[in-house]
Design a protein around this ligand. Sequence first.
Ligand code: NCD
Length: 313
Amino acid sequence: MTFRASHLLGIEHLAPDEITAVLDLADTYVALNRSDAKHSDALAGLTQINMFFESSTRTQASFELAGKRLGADVMSMQMQASSIRKGETLIDTALTLNAMRPDLLVVRHPHSGAVDLLAQKVNCAVLNAGDGRHEHPTQALLDALTIRRAKGRLHRLTVAICGDIAHSRVARSNILLLGKMEARIRLVGPPTLMPAGIADWGVEVTDDMAKGLAGADVVMMLRLQRERMDGAFIPSEREYYHRFGLDARKLAHAAPDAIVMHPGPMNRGVEIDGTLADDINRSVIQEQVEMGVAVRMAAMDLLARNLQAARAA
Ligand code: NCD
């Protein structure tokens, strides 16, 4: 088995061959999802519980659909309405759900590291659907699948990741994944939105969009994550859009066939021009959403196989 992990907590723990295993299996699920039947029994008999302690549209819908298409029994908890409100700790909630014998737990939580902690307390496979500003592994995997299908490879591509890097778990997971797969990474954004210690990450960093995008094969835009900002990180949205917002003029610095990506949700007119985001000749934003379902099917399928093998041993 190439995929050895028992949880998907972050890209940090995956080896390149494990990343490739997820992407290869996901390719087959893209084909299934494009067929009429859209159904397999890979997770038949298994129970998947989704626990989202932070709001989510695409990630939650995508995990739910992925589980259903593979035949799992899927339950999405309304965490805002749950006992968490009554002061029950994350661990107590996890142990309660664990007693119901789930096989897959999908967790999104506002605190970095919360999902890792939870994984140590339960005996099922745990998937991190985003923890604070730490990691969002399935997002990086779906981005990689989108890039690989558009460009035919990941190695030696130049990928510009632009905007609010400091608050972005998407950026962190993508930097880790693209680094492992030997892509060249450039981070572009104002110094106030770069994480501390960025100089040690072994990636190029610039605050000049023209320089950062020059010849890039992939331009990945990030949302300004105001909910994670305590104070003023940018002078104004207008000024930010002027310097860092992606429009056709700035994109002209990239390779002529460069693709434009955004994990969503988008702030049109803040980090990206709305017309460009909708331009199907450049933007692969809708493909990213499609790849999201397939990648989550692949990740849950591989984890379930390992879980069942471990239980049988
Ligand atoms: C991202 C997230 O939640 O981290 N969204 C997503 O999962 N598609 C990015 C964001 O919120 O900006």
